[in-house]
Design a protein around this ligand. Structure first.
Ligand SMILES: Cc1ncc(COP(=O)(O)O)c(C=O)c1O
Length: 430
């Protein structure tokens, strides 16, 4: 007779998994997108500022609370164009947090700016205002606060410092479509916002991006940069026609109608999805508090009036972990069917930057860069990446309450058996 597996035996020691329910799937789409897609295919109007793109931009502007939205091909060129429109020139300095996706830095590098990395808050993982202030020099032209994973940056402090030093603020909102800070939409708080619609994002069309702004000049410049140098003549009255040559060097970063169809459909679901993620994040926060182990939710700033989640940001306290490292804890939890993500690595050490390569952006071929990235070690960034930060993907936050209960059961099971987790980790590594 087969031995009965005790419920409490860790899955990595051969016990049953705590999470048996299926994780929700992502991305989602509906009948409306299929109908529109069919119509677009048959219409022959597949690109070039089509009706779906225009309708999406109008709806997204309302959703964010920004006057203008310009749709582009991805959430990297959005930042290049927005930085240029905000007046960043080759040789200017742009301050970027040490923890973000590499594209935030690459966008600034691509337009010839020098990237200066500043440290992050150890819990929310957003740009640390003090470190930002300390990184400012007379050449600083812009800062990019990144609302990373599931916490917003302290926008009051960042705006205050930026305004005092006449520094432009470009919010990187790739992760948080719909977050609100004191009821102002992320992407409409600084001088411009940059969004990504890549496949894993909470609003997606596979690949895509948008710039939001209240500033007519920024709107017209980003429009021209994405539209080969054409811009709307009277954008105050008509956001699209007639087009005139902007006398500005442009590119082709246009979005297709197929992408816009997916975004229009996704936007109709986003508010309800965000509410569901917020509810589940709150359940998890309370559940983690009740469990009381090393893992807890990152603090939520009371000024955040709506939190959108690319992932829930978690904090792992090694002091409360009985010698179990975050990675050992994650390993045991993954075996139970609850996979916590790691964070990005420190950007200044990301192998994708390849700044020594002859094809890298011009200023970086000069060894006299501002910061020596190889020597750089921002303490909060390093510790978060190596020891304390973890994430739970937005997809899990779309689950039903039974699914969330199973996630918490998995965390409790692992927390209750820390010595066993440590032992299994040591055996695995020996
Ligand atoms: C924080 C952040 N910024 C920018 C980007 C770039 O967006 P895209 O992949 O659409 O170019 C990403 C993409 O993952 C991101 O996570």
């Amino acid at each position: 007779m087969a031995a009965v597996k005790k419920e409490s035996t860790l899955a990595l020691a051969g016990g049953p998994r705590a999470v048996t329910r299926q994780a929700p799937s992502w991305p989602v789409s509906g009948a409306r997108e299929l109908r529109w897609m069919n119509e677009v295919v048959q219409s022959g109007r597949w690109s070039w500022l089509g009706p779906h793109e225009r309708a999406f931009c109008a709806a997204f502007s309302r959703f964010i609370g920004a006057r203008y939205t310009i749709a582009l091909t991805n959430g990297t060129v959005t930042m290049q164009c927005a930085l240029q429109a905000l007046g960043v020139q080759p040789g200017d300095e742009v301050i970027v947090p040490g923890l973000t996706w590499v594209a935030t830095a690459q966008a600034a590098m691509d337009i010839g700016a020098n990237v200066v990395f500043a440290d992050i808050d150890p819990e929310t993982l957003g740009l640390d205002p003090e470190s930002f202030a300390a990184a400012i020099t007379p050449r600083t032209r812009a800062v990019i606060p990144v609302h990373l994973y599931g916490c917003m940056c302290d926008m009051d402090a960042i705006l205050d410092i930026a305004r005092r030093h006449r520094i432009k603020v470009l919010e990187d909102v790739a992760h948080q479509h719909g977050s609100r800070w004191r009821d102002q939409g992320a992407g409409a708080i600084g001088d411009a916002g940059s969004f990504s619609f890549q496949q894993s994002k909470v609003l997606t069309c596979g690949e895509g991006g948008a710039v939001t702004t209240d500033d007519l000049d920024v709107y017209q410049t980003v429009f021209a940069l994405k539209q080969v140098g054409w811009m709307p003549e009277n954008a105050g009255r008509n956001l699209y026609e007639p087009l005139v040559a902007a006398r500005r060097y442009g590119h082709n970063y246009r979005m297709t109608e197929m992408q816009a169809v997916l975004l229009r459909g996704g936007l109709t679901r986003l508010t309800a999805q965000t509410a569901r993620r917020e509810r589940n994040a709150q359940r998890l926060r309370e559940g983690l508090e009740a469990i009381g182990g090393p893992l807890r939710a990152a603090r939520r700033d009371p000024r955040v009036t709506r939190q959108a989640y690319y992932a829930m940001t978690l904090y792992y306290d090694p002091e409360a972990a009985d010698g179990v490292s975050r990675d050992a804890f994650r390993h045991a939890l993954a075996a139970e069917g609850c996979s916590l993500g790691a964070t990005y690595g420190p950007v200044y050490r990301n192998p994708l930057l390849n700044l020594d390569d002859a094809t890298s952006p011009l200023p970086y071929r000069d060894p006299a860069t501002l910061q020596d990235y190889r020597q750089l070690s921002l303490p909060n960034t390093e510790r978060s990446v190596q020891e304390t930060a973890a994430t739970l993907s937005q997809v899990h936050l779309l689950g039903d309450s039974a699914y969330v209960r199973q996630l918490l059961a998995a965390i409790r099971k692992v927390t209750d058996q820390l010595p066993r987790v440590r032992q299994a980790w040591e055996e695995r590594r020996s």
